[in-house]
Design a protein. Sequence first.
Length: 109
Amino acid sequence: MTERTEAPRQVDQAADEREEAARRYVQQLRVFHVHAAVFAGSMVVNFAVNLLVNLSAGIAGEWAAWWSLWALIGWGAGIAVDGLVVRLNRPSFASSTWEQRTIERILGS
């Protein structure tokens, strides 16, 4: 009799674990989107300041004067690594839309 009651509990526990993993992934994705938005906004401001300084100094045509490119490269690499980590932490049970459509098509046939 205990074996029958254990099976539903295990299913519930597995479902709870999957839901918790999905919640953690969505939270990581939300944080990544905030980081990406701050990066984009900061880069716009950074380039605008760099442009104004270069134009006022008369050195806008010199590559060495564009220091904001270093911030773009460095911070952009950090954002790329952050995005890769979030992508690799995606729960294994989550499927892409193509995979989900294919599964539904096979089960529907």
